[in-house]
Design a protein around this ligand. Structure first.
Ligand code: UD1
Ligand code: UDP
Length: 378
């Protein structure tokens, strides 16, 4: 029984690490991994395979960067060829990137059932490329692994059949639980940065709605620069954001009190997050990791698909429209009392549950009826 897993971007390596470990424990399942090559810098890709114990992908399509249509189209073309060769029983896709969409579409067109991990999330903002990718992927999927109750509700409202939906919890929680101790043992990031626990802020920015809007990006950078006069701020910079800041000569303008560093490996990132006084981000994954670590978070976006974090009191939305409102949100978060520590994302066994459900599904599959193929000239 073959499962082809399709990954391509940083958070997908982390999510796949949790599920691949669980799949490996099931002797009936053989997993074959395709890396689309959407992320390719060593700090955006290799480091995760090294740290997370992921086997190297059987295929690296080397698609690289480009406009959405071009990037997705190149993936689609190459994934189709691999799927025709591998003939898997299921294709497993993660999250909401262009790699997710291309993998789901290529499989669905070949009538290979798609299983979507992190199904049902919605920001209800169709300006976000991620929202388009999620909606289409969910509607192409035969199995939808939803991480939260809100995700299940969204799928129901969109008419996805109940039998296709499984609430399994969040695979990123599995990853964090599994790697937390390793991070404590191995990471030297606090001493490298000369930081003390609880005396710094971690910031990440990479979403298109912030990087590709000069006014929003400048507002974020100015607010972080102001904040860094009061408390250390570290910004592990995504290459997308670095390129745009460099292009506008904004990197040189950042105060030295703001520590702009290369993207971190997962273990260093976990360690940095766990000991931060506050986190501010536009990342999906980092919002949840703030909650898992009990660190207040200010989310630099107009909406979030992880809405339960807002109710929990650990996360607030701060659309980056002006420096004053961001500073107010930062100060409030710094002075906030701890929010609830409700168990919002399962028990850390989402990967195991996914493996079990896949195995059950594969065992249920009847032999397909044989059709006589008719060959016509082109
Ligand atoms: C993608 C996802 C986003 C996710 C993020 C995770 C889409 C549409 N977006 O955004 O949902 O949150 O990954 O990090 O799929 N670049 C490099 N080196 C790399 C990778 C990218 O220099 O290894 C630069 C290139 O200039 C590229 C830009 O970053 O054009 C954007 O990369 P891309 O993969 O298109 O989107 P992300 O912003 O990374
Ligand atoms: N991450 C990391 N190094 C960094 C920044 C983020 O390892 O320098 C991890 C982070 O801990 C989380 C995941 O990457 O597990 C989130 O990915 P990202 O923010 O790129 O994408 P998103 O979650 O927004 O899709």
């Amino acid at each position: 029984m073959r499962v082809v897993t399709i990954v391509g971007a940083r958070p997908q390596f982390i999510k796949a690490a949790a599920v691949s470990r669980a799949l490996e424990a099931v002797p009936e399942i053989t997993e074959v991994m395709i890396h689309t090559g959407q992320h390719y810098d060593s700090a955006m890709s290799d480091v995760f395979f090294q740290e997370l114990g992921l086997r190297l992908p059987a295929y690296n399509l080397g698609v690289g960067s480009g406009a959405h249509g071009m990037q997705t189209g190149r993936m689609l073309e190459q994934i189709e060829k691999v799927l025709q060769k591998e003939e898997p029983d299921y294709v497993l896709v993660y999250g909401d990137t262009n790699s997710t969409l291309a993998g789901a579409l290529a499989a669905a067109k070949l009538h290979i059932p798609v299983a979507h991990v992190e199904a049902g999330l919605r920001s209800f903002d169709r300006q976000m490329p991620e929202e388009l990718n999620r909606v289409v992927t969910d509607h192409l999927s035969a199995i939808l692994f939803a991480p939260t109750n809100a995700a299940i509700e969204n799928l129901r409202k969109e008419g996805i059949p109940e039998l296709a939906i499984f609430q399994v919890g969040d695979v990123m929680y599995d990853a964090l639980r599994y790697f937390r101790t390793k991070a404590q043992e191995r990471s030297r990031i606090l001493s490298t940065l000369d930081f003390e626990a609880g005396r710094y802020i971690v910031a990440t920015i990479h979403r298109a709605e912030n990087t590709d809007d000069t006014s929003r990006l400048e507002t974020i950078v100015q607010a972080l620069a102001l904040l860094s006069a009061e408390i250390s701020v570290v910004l592990p910079l995504h290459p997308r954001t670095r390129k745009i800041l460099a292009c506008g000569n904004l990197i040189e303008e950042l105060p030295t009190s703001m520590r702009v560093i290369e993207p971190l490996g997962y273990l260093d990132m976990l360690m940095l997050e766990a000991n931060a006084r506050m986190i501010t981000t536009d990342s999906g994954g980092v919002q949840k990791e703030a909650f898992f670590n009990g660190v207040p978070c200010v989310t630099l976006r107009d909406s979030t698909e992880w809405i339960e974090l807002l109710d929990s009191g650990w996360n607030v939305l701060a659309p980056p429209t002006d420096v004053g409102s961001l500073m107010t949100a930062f100060r409030q978060a710094l002075e906030s009392t701890p929010g609830s520590d409700a168990n919002l994302y399962g028990n850390g066994d989402a990967g195991h549950r996914i493996a079990e459900i896949l195995l059950r599904k594969i065992n249920q599959v009847q032999e397909p009826e044989m059709h006589t193929a008719v060959t016509c000239p082109e």
